[in-house]
Each structure stands twice: as C-alpha cells, then as structure tokens.
Design a protein. Structure first.
Length: 98
C-alpha cells in the first residue's frame, strides 16, 4: 500500500530566510514538481532534489541546506513516491501514455 504523505523529522533542522524547517511532509509529486525539477537542468540527481523540495513545499535553495544524513532518510522514505509509478500503473491496470 502506498502512503499519500510521508513525514520526516530532520535530525538537523534547516534555517533559511528566517524560517526554520524541522519536520517536512512529502506528498506524491504533481506536474508542477516535475516541471520545476526539469527547469533546474543540472543533471538527474539535482532534478531529483528539486522534485523532493517541491514535494514538501520547500524552496530548492532551502532544500539544498539539508544535511546528507537527513537526505538519505528522505530518499528512503519517499522512494515509493518517485520511482515506482510504472509499478503503480501495473497494479491498478492503468497504462502510461507512450
């Protein structure tokens, strides 16, 4: 079963532009997240990080301040949201447009 939201409490909170982020809630990416991720145009990893920022409503610049140990936890917890769309379609009988 896929969860609609994933909440991660950062081990090292992020401060950016006067705002502190200590808990992030990630939702399945929408088209806006995908478009924003493509717009960074700096490679697959950078696009993934931009998409993760959009999934939790955080600016990409703020997301870049997340420590690696927290990033690993975020990636593990959201993996099903960003990598398994084709498997979700197969499970429901839906097809992806070609």
């Amino acid at each position: 079963m896929i969860m609609d939201k994933v909440e991660i409490t950062l081990k090292v909170p992020v401060s950016f532009n006067g705002e502190t982020f200590s808990t992030l809630t990630f939702s399945e990416p929408d088209v806006g997240c995908l478009v924003d991720a493509e717009s960074v145009g700096e490679g697959e990893q950078t696009q993934l990080y931009a998409m993760l920022a959009g999934m939790c409503g955080m600016s990409f610049d703020a997301f870049r301040k997340i420590k690696f140990r927290d990033l690993r936890r975020i990636m593990a917890a959201t993996d099903h949201m960003v990598k398994n769309f084709d498997q979700d379609d197969a499970a429901t009988g839906e097809t992806s447009p070609s």
